[in-house]
Design a protein around this ligand. Structure first.
Ligand code: HEM
Length: 486
């Protein structure tokens, strides 16, 4: 048994059965009947409040322990992939859907894919990509400027997903689908249907859809078929470009997909065409929702505080000068306050609300014995909103992330807010996400006033793998002195 309590002790005094558990545990099903997939994060958090942590659950045959301890979180994530895997349901469910890329795989397969994708998503590549990032942000500015002049209400989560799909595709696959300027059938509509079903299937202890296919399962098949056809075309086009516009000898791959195709075509390679396909889809899914929702969650906080908007408008105008959109990567580097908005919003509205891992062998977490095969769920919001970690944790204070003076003598424990995860499996897209946050939020506050077009209490959190707003209707007003779109 491994002791990860850090104190070098092996004083296990508690077993899972000693922990409190929510009421309503059924034979065979355990607590399954209490779990509503699209609100499951709220359910886990409510139980943490009433029972304290750690507490135990049973989901079908699987024993689960729920924790919110910062130190244990950091220890466990560092022990991957050797001692902990992702939730054991992830790989079979995503493999069946053809989504078993970097996020799902384990062990040596994970290590090889991770190296490849990390090299290609490295922040040092961004300078070359900046003109594309800039052009896509200008395009979003044009769309919002038009909508503001017409007095239209924008569903901002949808708007932002257009942006993130265009950016991810341009950077990772070398092509620009321009969903910002296109209407009608868009790939986002099919992608959006996948996450809620993935969430439901991962939580189910058995593949019931193998025996009972409901209309939602048939719809999923249609959405998956559309997405796979799209990804197949993206790969074909990348292969054609690679053939027709070959790189100079020694020139590195131009994007992640080209690096994957090189690996796939290398003699004796274990990196197959199926893996390329699964990873294109993984990057598209992982890059789209997370960044869009993180940006969307800033909007109610900004709309509620016109003074903050005015301050940020002045700051954006000072940094961007005559431009509507940050004109260079050097200017982007000066936009810390704008990234801090999303960091703070996700502290209170985490886009990834929990991390689920399975113990490969017998483990010890603090004073708790955790047998092999136990599922461990780390809750993110209780850590990030604990007054022991952040002073006035229920107040939206982005300044706390940039200005030590703003924190005063208050507590500030950044290790308790892990929006991108931590350890060897930390999000490889975090640098890209940070650039997107800075570009979009500075453009927004430089040029527009933001007004929420609904009662904020009517915006629910929907846990479809990532936590998204149920709606985010916003009206924008063009500010005096704003730059007209280029
Ligand atoms: C604000 C935006 C984003 C957030 C909040 C976010 C969050 C996360 C989190 C929490 C994880 C899991 C870490 C863990 O297991 O400990 C993750 C993994 C991952 N993310 Fe992101 N992410 C974001 C943007 C992106 C982007 C833009 C991409 C790519 C274009 C991306 C690609 C991935 C991939 C491939 C993984 C799996 C890594 C692995 O298992 O080794 N993410 N992300």
């Amino acid at each position: 048994m491994s002791d990860i309590s850090g104190a070098g002790t092996s004083r296990a005094v508690r077993r899972l059965r000693d922990l409190p558990a929510p009421p309503g545990e059924w034979p065979l099903l355990g607590h399954m009947t209490r779990v509503r997939p699209l609100a499951v994060h709220r359910q886990f958090e409510d139980w943490a409040r009433t029972l304290g942590t750690p507490y135990r659950l049973r989901l079908g045959p699987t024993a689960v322990v729920v924790l919110d301890d910062v130190e244990l979180y950091h220890r466990v994530v560092r022990e991957r992939p050797q001692r902990w895997t992702r939730n054991g349901r992830i790989l079979p469910v995503t493999r069946e859907m053809g989504l078993d890329g970097l996020f799902s795989v384990e062990g040596d397969e994970w290590a090889a894919q991770r190296r490849l994708i990390m090299q290609s998503l490295n922040a040092s590549h961004f300078r070359g990509f900046f003109p594309t990032l800039h052009a896509v942000t200008q395009r979003l500015h044009r769309r919002w400027h038009r909508a503001a002049l017409r007095g239209e209400t924008l569903e901002m989560d949808d708007e932002l997903m257009r942006y993130t799909v265009d950016v991810t595709s341009a950077l990772a696959f070398g092509e620009d689908p321009n969903t910002i300027e296109r209407d009608g059938d868009r790939i986002q509509q099919h992608l959006a249907a996948i996450f809620p079903m993935l969430m439901k299937r991962v939580l189910l202890p058995w593949p019931v859809w193998h025996w009972l296919r409901l209309p939602a399962d048939r719809r999923l098949e249609r959405d998956l078929a559309a997405v796979h056809a799209y990804v197949g075309d993206v790969i074909e086009r990348a292969r054609a470009r690679r053939r027709d516009e070959p790189r100079a000898p020694g020139e590195p791959p131009r994007h992640v997909l080209e690096a994957m195709l090189d690996a796939c075509d290398a003699p004796g390679s274990e990196f197959t065409q199926t893996m390329v396909h699964a990873n294109v889809l993984t990057l598209l899914l992982a890059g789209e929702d997370t960044t869009a929702h993180s940006l969307a969650w800033t909007l109610p906080f900004l709309a509620a505080d016109p003074e903050r908007q005015a301050r940020l408008h002045r700051e954006a105008t000072g940094v961007l000068a005559d431009s509507a959109v940050a004109p260079s990567l050097d200017v982007v580097r000066e936009l810390d306050s704008f990234e801090a908005l999303a960091t703070e919003a996700t502290r209170m509205r985490p886009v990834v609300a929990f991390l689920i891992l399975d113990a490969i062998g017998d483990e010890q977490l603090g004073d708790l014995e955790v047998p092999a095969g136990t599922r461990v769920i780390f809750l993110m919001r209780p850590q990030a909103t604990d007054p022991a970690h952040f002073s006035d944790p229920q107040e939206f204070r982005p300044e706390r992330w940039i200005d030590a003076a703003a924190r005063g003598s208050g507590v500030h424990e950044p290790r308790a807010h892990n929006q991108f995860g931590a350890g060897p499996r930390v999000c490889p897209g975090r640098h890209l996400a940070a650039v997107e946050m800075r570009l979009v939020l500075s453009m927004l506050l430089r040029n527009f006033e933001i007004e929420l077009a609904c009662d904020p209490s009517g915006i629910d959190e929907v846990c479809a793998f990532t936590v998204m707003p149920s709606r985010m209707p916003v009206r924008l007003r063009v500010r005096d002195g704003a730059r007209a779109p280029d």
